[in-house]
Design a protein around this ligand. Structure first.
Ligand code: SAM
Length: 376
């Protein structure tokens, strides 16, 4: 058995835990920004292909207290790196340090690199490490003097699904957009609209969920080239993921609007690359012109938030429009992600049922949740 760590944005750990449960894991330990779980080698392809909200998946190689460079060196050298990195494996060390005696990240990286190289030379019984085969990225992460040593299995961050080469203004990361959908009460039988959809990320992620499409199917991963896992396990996981796609009859009700025509074209192209263009209707529309007839549905959106004074009037108009639209629509659940703490003053249907703090990159945002009545 091995220990894997799914790293995640602060606030989305609970969703990653639920995703891992659904994938069949039960030994799960949640900490801020990371979810640890016990797994097997065969799980590495599976979790990389399927996790929708995690940033990346790392193998935990060791964790120990270190307040001196000697301690860091000796304990790193004591870890079984040879189980992962072959004699000709190319490896690189990244680092970070928070509230720790060993605060020089560059020195920590150099020490870990040296200790790992010494270990590999001795364990593989070789005189040199030619670094010609697959890539391995080690991370040394110090938090309050505890060093966590991991190897990354994902390569590019898991938000890179391969469907969004172009992005509109302030796009949400795909992993974050999937988190907003999974934190909501939306399910595939329900109508979902994003009245300011930008490049369409929220709706595309919802369509992938509705069709049970593995978010990683269209990309590659660092550990695909590792001899320890081998192509068979990867091929099997990819085949299973491809077969899991649901060919549902009937339409999925996903609608995206934006007042920027170029951005709507972009959203359509992205949906097409993701293979869900038939599931989402995109239309250029001012939010002030949008009217909704249906009694039930879900809105998930992240409106622009102003930094310049000139933006404020526009944003007020958006808030007033949303308030008008949903004031009496008690059958609609409304979810709004914004850094603007004034939003609830304008959306007067009720107090939010829940406000979740989420970090969109380094920006602190609130996810305002107004629950609607359940459909009969
Ligand atoms: C923060 S971005 C949304 C990003 C989107 N979630 C994504 O992932 O790409 C806000 C969007 O609101 C749109 N927008 C701004 N004012 C609008 C208005 N009055 N009516 C409709 N859309 C508007 C902008 O064109 C922009 O695409």
């Amino acid at each position: 058995m091995i220990t894997l760590i799914a790293t995640t944005k602060y606030g989305l750990e609970v969703i990653v835990k639920t995703e891992l449960r659904q994938l069949g894991f039960d030994d799960i330990n949640v900490q801020p920004g990371r979810v640890e779980f016990t797994a097997t080698l065969a799980d590495i392809p599976r979790v990389n292909l399927w996790l929708r909200c995690a940033d990346r998946v790392r193998i935990k190689v060791g964790e120990f207290k270190a307040t001196t460079f000697d301690e860091l060196f000796e304990q790193t050298k004591a870890l079984a790196w040879e189980a992962w990195i072959p004699a000709d494996g190319r490896f690189d060390v990244r680092g970070r340090s928070v509230k720790s005696e060993l605060f020089s990240v560059r020195s920590c990286q150099a020490i870990v690199k040296k200790a790992t190289a010494e270990r590999l030379l001795a364990a593989h019984e070789v005189d040199e490490l030619p670094e010609i085969s697959a890539d391995y990225t080690i991370e040394v992460s110090l938090l309050r003097d505890v060093a966590l040593l991991t190897i990354d299995t994902s390569g590019a961050g898991l938000h890179k699904r391969g469907y969004r080469e172009e992005a509109g203004e302030a796009p949400l990361k795909e992993t974050f957009a999937a988190g907003l959908v999974l934190l909501s009460f939306w399910n595939k039988e329900r109508r979902l609209i994003d009245p300011m959809c930008g490049s369409g990320t929220i709706l595309i992620e919802a369509a992938l969920i509705a069709r049970n499409i593995a978010p990683g199917l269209k990309r590659s991963f660092a550990s695909e080239a590792w001899p320890q896992i081998g192509t068979d396990l990867w091929q099997e996981a990819r085949r299973d993921a491809a077969n899991a796609r649901k060919k549902r009859k009937g339409k999925i009700k996903l609608f995206g609007y934006d007042n920027d025509g170029q951005v709507i074209k972009l959203a359509r192209r992205n949906a097409s690359k993701a293979g869900v263009e038939r599931d989402i209707t995109f239309e250029q529309k001012e939010v002030t012109d949008l009217w909704i007839d249906q009694e039930h549905g879900v809105v998930i959106t992240n409106p622009p938030y102003g930094v310049r004074m000139s933006d404020f009037r526009e944003i007020n108009q958006i808030y007033i429009a949303l308030n008008k639209m949903f004031r009496k629509k008690w059958g609609w659940s409304v979810y709004v992600l914004t850094a603007d703490e004034k939003f609830p003053d304008y959306f007067k249907r009720a107090e939010p049922d829940r406000v979740r703090k989420l970090y969109n990159g380094t920006l602190k945002t609130n996810y305002y949740q107004y629950h609607g009545e359940k459909p009969q």
